[in-house]
Design a protein. Structure first.
Length: 255
């Protein structure tokens, strides 16, 4: 007799609650009897943004939980890098989505824009939570229309975003992670990636590595280098050596 499965069977549509999701597009232009075809695209694009924002917050909260600990296992730093890498890939998707939105002309947008006033992306609670969880400082914000960034929110949303301002942020926790003076400009510089770079997963430490086109930048510690190269075997193609040159520089990291 076949062993009974310990969990009940799942159905794709039910597991993903697709009916609820797919029934969540309500066109205001239809409500007011002036159907605008592109309003469906506009709604879906922004709903997808908010779903990805939710995933980013999910990853950020896990990062915050890692760096809240008094002692951080080195393997957890590798997990943190992986979480950040995922966030970066999500951001690439969010940027690429703009190209889909741009298939809607300004005139198409005007067909339904008046029905949405004063709704705006400035009212995205999740976007503001992401900013605060990352550690964006109030004095670093750009003011739109000379008003406070929370002035566009309903009171209940304002309370949630305001609470996140005093909550833990990744920037603050990183400052606490390092000893006084260690989180210096050099280390901050090391955390910056070149434009169009992709992070290389590091299973053994928090040392950064990245790829730009066909250029691979990796740490010089042999054991860390080997662990990262092992994960790149399927991406690196062999061939005749074009140029090999060794340059020795005696200076501190990141300079």
């Amino acid at each position: 007799m076949a062993k009974d499965k310990p969990y009940p069977p799942q159905y794709y549509n039910d597991y993903l609650h697709l009916k609820k999701i797919l029934d969540s597009q309500h066109l205001k232009s239809d409500e007011f009897g002036a159907h605008a075809h592109d309003e469906m695209l506009f709604i879906i694009i922004h709903q997808v943004y908010e779903l990805w924002f939710k995933q980013i917050i999910f990853e950020l909260d896990d990062l915050l939980s890692i760096f809240k600990e008094n002692e951080i296992n080195e393997s957890h730093v590798g997990t943190a890098v992986s979480r950040l890498d995922r966030i970066i890939e999500i951001q690439k998707i969010l940027i690429d989505q703009i190209r889909v939105l741009e298939t809607m002309t300004p005139m198409d947008f005007l067909d339904f824009r008046d029905f949405l006033i004063p709704a705006s992306g400035f009212q995205s609670v999740q976007f503001r939570l992401i900013e605060n969880k990352l550690g964006l400082q109030p004095d670093k914000r750009f003011s739109y229309g000379g008003t406070h960034y929370r002035s566009y929110l309903k009171s209940s949303d304002d309370d949630e975003v305001k609470g996140s301002e005093s909550g833990p942020s990744l920037f603050k926790l990183l400052e606490n992670y390092y000893k006084p003076g260690e989180f210096n400009e050099g280390r901050k510089k090391m955390a910056k990636m070149p434009d169009n770079a992709s992070l290389i997963y590091n299973p053994s430490s928090g040392a950064p590595g990245f790829i730009v086109e066909n250029v691979y930048c990796l740490p010089g510690v042999p054991s860390i280098l080997r662990s990262m190269v092992n994960g790149l075997q399927n991406r690196i193609s062999g061939g005749k050596k074009i140029l090999s040159k060794t340059i020795s520089v005696s200076t501190v990291e990141s300079e």
